[in-house]
Design a protein around this ligand. Structure first.
Ligand code: SAM
Length: 279
């Protein structure tokens, strides 16, 4: 029996192609995330938990619920986003931030002592906390600085974890030794971010496809491993808007499998997935 058919038969709930296309289409309209046919199994396994939690009979009921909205669209989005992240992921970005961005700023005469960094698609917060540790280490006396990190995501569950600032023990190893003084370990080994780090970060829900309320310009933007799920026109629109929100010569960090080729001509590539705004 072909693999696809066997999987269909093993499923607890029938999931038709039409239902898949409806839900994938809705996710695309709301988030920009492209869910092609080969993602059907993934979509099933993520949404089946919603069916069980809601005690629904089948995907027909689930599609009806989503159509009527009732707040379920937000849960659908939370279920379908991919939130993989860890502390100091792609560590070379944080080394660059420390050496090429923060060190020259710290060496400047005392005005203006303002720093703004945006973690766009921050998932559960390990990216903005990694930025905060790097900033605190590089600027040393934070009381002399107005240093703030904006951390946004569409997934409200992830933002709640970020604001809580507690992570499982296995994450400890990912944090470079020099920054481990910024985290507390409890008796189980789980780690908790210090208040100083938490105070530097503002976690906010933000859909990158919708209007952005931010007004000031950023020194640097981390938008990593987010656009990999978007099509090229969506990426082009997004990076044009990010360029508008960066200071002249501001820095942009993107994910290891992403690039701006034929997407944006407003940045110059200056390192491995490290860009600088040029226009
Ligand atoms: C794979 S995680 C990347 C996390 C982190 N930037 C990193 O590289 O470790 C991608 C994040 O992008 C978020 N995301 C996807 N589409 C989004 C959208 N339209 N607006 C805002 N966030 C979005 C997801 O919720 C998810 O948390």
């Amino acid at each position: 029996m072909p693999e696809m058919l066997r999987r269909e038969e093993e499923r607890e709930f029938t999931f038709t192609d039409q239902q898949f296309r409806y839900l994938a289409g809705l996710a695309f309209d709301r988030t920009g995330i492209v869910l092609a046919e080969h993602k059907k199994d993934m979509v099933y396994s993520r949404l089946v938990r919603r069916l069980r939690a809601l005690k629904l009979n089948d995907f027909t009921d689930y599609c009806d619920l989503v159509r009527a909205d009732n707040g379920e669209v937000g849960n659908l989005v939370n279920a379908l986003t991919t939130n993989l992240t860890h502390f100091f992921r792609e560590k070379h970005h944080f080394d660059h931030l420390r050496d090429a961005v923060l060190a020259p700023l710290a060496a400047q005469p005392p005005q203006p002592r303002k720093l703004r960094i945006w973690s766009a698609g921050c998932s559960s917060g390990m990216e903005p906390y990694s930025i905060a540790m790097t900033v605190k280490g590089a600027l040393r006396d934070l009381t002399k600085w107005d240093a703030r990190i904006l951390a946004t995501d569409i997934d409200t569950n992830m933002l709640a974890t970020g604001a809580e600032g507690s992570y499982p023990a296995e994450q400890y190893e990912k944090i470079p030794e020099t920054y481990r003084g910024d985290v507390m370990q409890d008796t189980k080994g789980d780690i908790h971010m210090s208040d100083i780090l938490k105070e530097m970060i503002t976690f906010k829900p933000l859909n990158l496809l919708e209007a952005w309320p931010m007004q000031g310009l950023f020194d640097a933007v981390f938008c990593r491993n987010v656009v990999i799920y978007f099509d090229k026109p969506t990426q082009a629109g997004l990076f044009a808007r990010i360029a508008n929100l960066l200071k002249p010569q501001g820095w942009l960090y993107i994910g290891h499998s992403e690039n701006l080729f034929k997407v944006s001509d407003r940045f110059e590539l200056l390192g491995r997935t490290i860009y600088r705004k040029v226009r």
